[in-house]
Design a binder for this molecule. Structure first.
Ligand SMILES: O=P(O)(O)OC[C@H]1O[C@](O)(CO)[C@@H](O)[C@@H]1O
Ligand SMILES: [Fe+2]
Length: 187
């Protein structure tokens, strides 16, 4: 009996690039990240068109129980002493979690709960990160190559950036030749 099967999408684990018909790509450039970095003058000195990260993802159908899978490719670099990073977000549907897997490069995953308590996890090839619900998350590239991480998250999760208008509680910088996490004094 001929068993009908379709060739599923595939992702190259060494670099996070997908082979599929329904890959959607989105680029975030320096100019898109107004107010994200601590050193505003250093950020203004970077040409607005400079790509900071790309997200390539499979365009899953939206609905309860449906999942997105995608890869974030975050370039290496610093704005002043602060490492390139993603905007970071809570999920609009706070209870929705996410899974990250490190594929390439070295970096950190910044996780922060709704009480403003932040923690960092090392991201490297093969690292697996469970981002529980009610937890904001931001990827930070502390390496010299592109940091690529695979992510799986519910299509219904959505992104809430406004809840982080004050920024995260930690900044990650290079100071005296060392990668350091600095507490941010808000207000
Ligand atoms: O939306 P941000 O915070 O720029 O993060 C980049 C991407 O990282 C993900 O969390 C996983 O790829 C996406 O949901 C998000 O668009
Ligand atoms: Fe997310």
């Amino acid at each position: 009996m001929n068993i009908p099967f379709n060739v599923p999408p595939s992702v190259a684990f060494q670099n996070g690039h997908f082979t599929a018909e329904n890959v959607v790509k989105k680029v975030t450039r320096s100019g898109d990240l107004v107010g994200i970095f601590h050193d505003h003058a250093a950020w203004q000195a970077i040409p607005a068109q400079t790509p900071f990260y790309e997200v390539e993802m499979l365009d899953s159908p939206q609905g309860e129980g449906e999942l997105y899978v995608g890869a974030t490719h975050l370039h290496p670099g610093r704005v002043g002493d602060e490492f390139y990073m993603t905007r970071g977000h809570f999920h609009h549907r706070r209870e929705q979690g996410e899974v990250y897997m490190g594929l390439r490069g070295q970096g950190l995953l910044l996780l922060q709960n709704e009480r403003g308590e932040a923690r960092l996890e090392n991201v490297s090839p093969g690292s697996v990160h469970i981002i529980p619900g009610f937890t904001a998350h931001r990827l930070i590239n502390t390496g010299t190559d592109i940091l690529s991480a695979l992510a799986v998250w519910p299509t219904m999760a959505g992104h809430d950036y406004a809840a982080l208008a004050q920024g995260f509680a930690l900044r990650v910088v290079l100071q005296e030749g060392k990668i350091q996490a600095k507490e941010v004094q808000n207000g």
